[in-house]
Design a protein around this ligand. Structure first.
Ligand SMILES: Cc1cc2nc3c(=O)[nH]c(=O)nc-3n(C[C@H](O)[C@H](O)[C@H](O)COP(=O)(O)OP(=O)(O)OC[C@H]3O[C@@H](n4cnc5c(N)ncnc54)[C@H](O)[C@@H]3O)c2cc1C
Length: 250
């Protein structure tokens, strides 16, 4: 179906956030993705994108990274507010909040656009909490980027962390020597994951961890979480792409 871009916010030269209004409502669970497409000659080029907005919001939000030699993102990058994209009518994916385990701790790790599914999940909890619902778990988001300008949702998450006891947000920047004003955590997600997992009091038997985004971070994060004692079934991951080396090996 068609969706009109109602808003666009560029964070850097290769990262941007859009809100779209689809012709018909799209039902989805927080954390899921939908395929977005644009026509090229006689075909539609489609790729999956995690939905940032919560299922309660009237518009859909996405956080895109430009892959300069990619097939779709250079075309998506050209779509300004008022422009159109196409969406599949059904959302997919199992990278959703783990209600089933009843775990107390939910520790979510992202690189850059990998924060999208967590934003959807947390926005839904925030909406419920503001209606008076009790949130029976503690959620931590650890978001990593090269530079602070790439942290698409830091102000929003920092606000939630101030407002709600059940939520914590940690941002880490891996090139602080370029980002000289940055006063927060320094290093890659992998460098600081174990420290913050322990600081949040995440008992491995009572924690679900989530890894999303860069394939190398997901692979390294998996190892760190396993060494911290989390069983495999308590680690959920979503790879946004497969590295060329891995693809060649497969
Ligand atoms: C479940 C799921 C959810 C996703 N959600 C998002 C999202 O919210 N935001 C988002 O920007 N992307 C997301 N992606 C990635 C997205 O689907 C595309 O792969 C990406 O936008 C590149 O598309 P392209 O057509 O421009 O590049 P392609 O032509 O598909 O890829 C060209 C090459 O670049 C590699 N590549 C793809 N993405 C990257 C990257 N970010 N950095 C480096 N190399 C890359 C590919 O492996 C390939 O070798 C998601 C992927 C999956 C599987």
């Amino acid at each position: 179906m068609r969706a009109v871009v109602t808003e666009r916010r560029d964070l850097t030269g290769d990262l941007w956030i859009v809100r779209v209004r689809p012709d018909d409502p799209l039902a989805f669970r927080a954390g899921q993705y939908v395929s977005i497409g644009l026509p090229s000659q006689d075909k539609l080029i489609e790729r999956p994108y995690s939905i940032v907005s919560s299922p309660d919001e009237p518009e859909l939000e996405f956080f895109f990274e430009l892959v300069p030699h990619g097939e779709l993102t250079p075309r998506l990058y050209e779509v300004a507010a008022g422009g159109e994209v196409y969406l599949r009518r059904s959302a997919k994916g199992l990278f959703v909040y783990d209600h089933a385990s009843s775990h107390k701790h939910h520790f979510m790790v992202a690189t850059v656009t990998g924060v999208a599914p967590y934003a959807s999940i947390v926005r839904q909890f925030v909406a419920n909490a503001r209606k008076g619902a009790a949130i029976p778990a503690h959620i931590t988001i650890l978001e990593a980027a090269s530079l602070s300008a790439e942290l698409g949702y830091d102000a929003e998450f920092a606000g939630y962390a101030q407002e709600f006891e059940w939520f914590d947000y940690i941002a880490t920047v891996s090139r602080p020597w370029v980002d000289t004003a940055w006063a927060g955590e320094r290093g890659r997600a992998e460098d600081v994951l174990r420290k913050h997992l322990d600081a949040a009091g995440c008992d491995p038997a009572d924690t679900t961890a989530y890894l999303c985004g860069h394939p190398q971070m997901v692979a390294n994060g998996q190892g760190i979480l396993e060494r911290a004692g989390l069983p495999g079934k308590s680690i959920k991951s979503e790879l946004f792409w497969v590295s060329t080396q891995k693809a060649a090996e497969a």
